[in-house]
Design a protein around this ligand. Structure first.
Ligand code: SF4
Length: 354
């Protein structure tokens, strides 16, 4: 698997070396022609190294003061159709990925200069810290090492494949690492449509299992749930079963929210099924302290969906909690387990009113 992941030398701009072709072939199996070869969707992005303007650490996505985040890149390799970052004004486009230089060194200096260290830092919450680009994964590992040295927990959310050498770094610093593996489906055709460049779901499951075995705190996130597409029993039952078999006992979940940029990417991928987005028309426009305004599914529909998910997950011995980030109209108290994000429990869901 590692051989499919290209290593790129420093310099701007760069493109994946010739091994980009096998990488493409590995994700895009010939029996599943998803996009025409000439489409930009099947070309890896150019990587542009750029000096950062301003500090590395900043607020968000958590509401907690001692939880900060940093971005390693602008743009994401994976090009998920539901991605909110892809629809933002700061997104450089699918054909370009900006890698900020010397993030780990600058982070080290910033942490040294702070009177109060953060408790946790989200690494690249608006992109993926483990795209199939060795230089990005190497920088992720360096940042994890710096955070561990300062005894700050690194929170990483990924749909990618973590290279074995990088997994060893996570393992070495497991006391200060928390990985969330995001999943939408086990159905390869659907996954190709929704997350064309992300790692195959079975690979993500194996990775989750392997991280867990190495003692790294790892959890799974069922995000985003898309109404009548990924929130169905047909989609969720095999996914929950596979997660249970991988040793997962707890997942987080959240429904898709829409902005015009997200709708523009998602609707063509859904094709005939794009009418499922019409269910958002009656939903509320919400914003929170850390999430810009977006259109959400009607609250009653989300409650129904979450209740169904919780009941189904219970059949597999899995507990579900919901992030308030994707449900700003549900109210939650402080996290019960010292984790960074406020969680919503079944009890809170029961109290919620449409
Ligand atoms: S992996 Fe995350 S950041 Fe990257 S395209 Fe997919 S949803 Fe967006």
């Amino acid at each position: 698997m590692v051989g499919r992941w290209q290593s790129q030398s420093a310099g701007a701009p760069t493109v994946p070396r010739a091994s980009g072709a096998p990488l493409l072939a590995s994700w895009q199996r010939p029996e599943m022609p998803l996009f025409p070869r000439e489409s930009t969707r099947c070309r890896p992005p150019l990587v542009e190294r750029r000096a950062r303007c301003g500090p590395v650490l900043h607020r968000g996505p958590s509401e907690w003061d001692d939880v900060l985040s940093l971005n390693l890149t602008a743009g994401c390799f994976h090009r998920c159709a539901f991605c909110c970052a892809r629809g933002s004004a700061a997104y450089p486009g699918d054909d370009r990925l900006v890698l900020y230089e010397r993030t780990a060194e600058q982070l080290d200096r910033e942490l040294a200069g702070r009177r109060r260290r953060p408790r946790q830092v989200y690494i690249s919450p608006a992109t993926d810290p483990f795209p199939p680009l060795a230089e990005v994964q190497d920088e992720t590992a360096r940042v994890v090492e710096v955070l561990a040295r300062w005894q700050v927990t690194a929170c990483l959310v990924t749909r990618g494949f973590i290279r074995p050498s990088i997994q060893r770094v996570l393992e070495r610093h497991r006391r200060w690492v928390q990985v969330t593996v995001a999943m939408t489906t086990l159905d390869r055709r659907l996954q190709h449509r929704l997350e064309p460049w992300a790692a195959p779901p079975r690979l993500r499951l194996r990775q989750l299992k392997s991280l867990h075995r190495c003692g790294v705190a790892v959890r799974a996130a069922l995000e985003p749930l898309i109404p009548d597409l990924t929130d169905t029993r047909r989609n969720l039952a095999p996914l929950l079963q596979a997660l249970a078999e991988a040793g997962v006992r707890h997942v987080t979940a959240g429904y898709l929210f829409l902005r015009s940029g997200i709708r523009d990417h998602l609707a063509p991928v859904l094709g005939d099924e794009a009418n499922i987005l019409a269910s958002y028309d009656a939903g509320p426009l919400l914003r929170s302290a850390t999430v810009a305004a977006a259109r959400y599914l009607p609250k009653a529909r989300r409650q129904r969906g979450y209740a169904g998910l919780m009941a189904l997950a219970a059949e597999y011995g899995i507990q579900v909690t919901l992030s308030s980030l994707t449900n700003p109209d549900f109210h939650a108290g402080p996290p019960p387990d010292g984790t960074s994000r406020p969680r919503l429990s079944l009890a809170l869901l029961a109290q919620a009113r449409p």
